[in-house]
Design a protein around this ligand. Sequence first.
Ligand code: GUN
Ligand code: ZN
Length: 647
Amino acid sequence: MKGDFELLERDGLARICRLETGHGVVETPALLPVINPNRKLLGATEMRRLFGTQMVITNSYIISRTEGLRERAVREGVHGILGYDGPVMTDSGTFQTHVYSDVSVDPAGIVAFQKSIGSDVATVFDVFSEPDFTREKAAEAVATTSARAAKAASAGGGGSLIAATVQGGIYPDLREQAAREISSTGADYFSIGGVVPLMEGHRFGELADVIVASKKGLAPGRPVHLFGAGHPQMLPLAVLLGCDIFDSASYVKYAYDGRMMFPEGSFNLAEIRHSWCTCPVCTSATADELRGMEADERVLNLAKHNLYTLSSEIARIRQAIHDGSLWNLVESRARGDPQLFDAFARVLSHRRYLERFEPLSRKSGIGFVDSLTASRPDASRFAERAGAVRPGSGDKVAIITGERQYFTHFDSTSRAPDEDAASLTPLGIFPLALTETYPLSQSSYSASVRAAEKPGEYAARFGYSAVRTVEGKWRRNGRQQARESSADQARAVCEYQFGPGAARALLAGRMEYARSRNTGKLRGISSEGRQILFFRTEDGLFSLKFHGGEILHGALPPPAMRVVCLPDAVPFVSSGRSLFTRFVAEADDGILPGNECIVVDGNDTLLAVGRALLRREEMLSFGKGVAVDIREGRNSSLSSQQPEGMK
Ligand code: GUN
Ligand code: ZN
């Protein structure tokens, strides 16, 4: 249905989503090339063929002010004048008010015009809030913009989705307030505006602050467009912060200036001696040949090159979301550019907000370069949570040290009976039992990453009476790890993953621990003869079996770990089918995306266990898509006895 927006894959706030428009589906992250209706260099249909462009954006203000064009648009629609049958977004003239001062637009009229020409996404005429606006002026821009958005949204879009813009200059509280206001209007699509001057001035740190403040206030279940962002070097960062859609006029502006875009920034064609680009333009013409072309032909070729760069960067970003490596990409880009590096540091200052969306594990390990990498929200949250888990109930502690200590062999027979074991890793000192858990053994580390805490401090923090450091031995043949007892490993991982109360409840009965015959790694855990947990070797975390869910359900009072399902979905979820967002009534705010949860009905009757794909506010905001991937429902019992059923 038009306007549906569904999350398909995610990596923290970054997401791959599917937006339905009146002219087809757009998969985000997406970049919308700007088409000037008066000066068409490349047509939208050709862009779709060459670059896989899914949606374009054009300007309804220019169309409405151009004699002849306006009449044609009314007759043939915006798709007719662009010769394109795919999704088209229109902007409202706000940007023209930023560039030229004498622009007058009738706010209601321009939205009505966009609807009348069949725009798929019609933009409210917002007030451009410049970065140098005083607070008062920025607040005024927000108030006017929100009022216009409310009017446009309540009138409804007809065939058009209504796009409302977050303004507020560089004032985070105004941005967040503006975002809350437009979220409550019922607009279908959100934009972040007033940021072009930040982009053009390479003020990426302030840009990051503006995006984070806006995201905090925006309802998560709608697309977010960053207006005027067509600079390839900031795309990974903007996607990391949760922007879905971008538009670029710069591909053509740069082409007129003789500039070529690359993922790291732009280069002047005049200075290129050794062209390294392998796009179709650059493999069919040398830099000299490009320079020798007639102006029109050169501009067209440079514009194409720029669109190849932008579309391949978007593809690169999608792949990074898919394999869980977007942070790595953003960090490596940041280390090549001082302004982007500042922005990366600003992003890390928002880690408390970001970590709410960070999964407990990813498909990709982390490449730890230095302490900056270690302050990524996923890494710092691991350090905080794992650092709070006591290795055991012993009175003394042995801390294993040495190069690559987290893979080294530690002979546990040398331990005293009342001695717990911890491991000094580059990220900190943690229970030895957590060394198989993400990200410790899945990642790689440079020698510049060093734990801050000293063994003595660690021992004091947990009240150990004695601490001894043991030099771990690195075994060349294979990654033979120091191994903690099954019970200690189960307790440490449970505490880390579910919290201490859950760990006590899960592991209270008569326990059995199964290990793999091949690898010796922990596999299934049973209590009183029934499987409760399954250990995933890829990330060292547990999957919950139904009986494990029953134990947690009995031990932890609501709302802990619960997603509450609406009556209509009860039979489906109970038989093991996915829980969709539209059937979620409520959810625990502590559930992290990717972590285990239990699903109950309105009377807190346990229906199923599964893996949450979204966090609470996302489950409640998205109108479409899966909220919980159900592993086992109360009625899917027979097949559930088999370990193959585990995910
Ligand atoms: N294009 C670039 N910036 C903006 C903005 O703030 N608002 C609108 N409507 N369009 C833009
Ligand atoms: Zn090229």
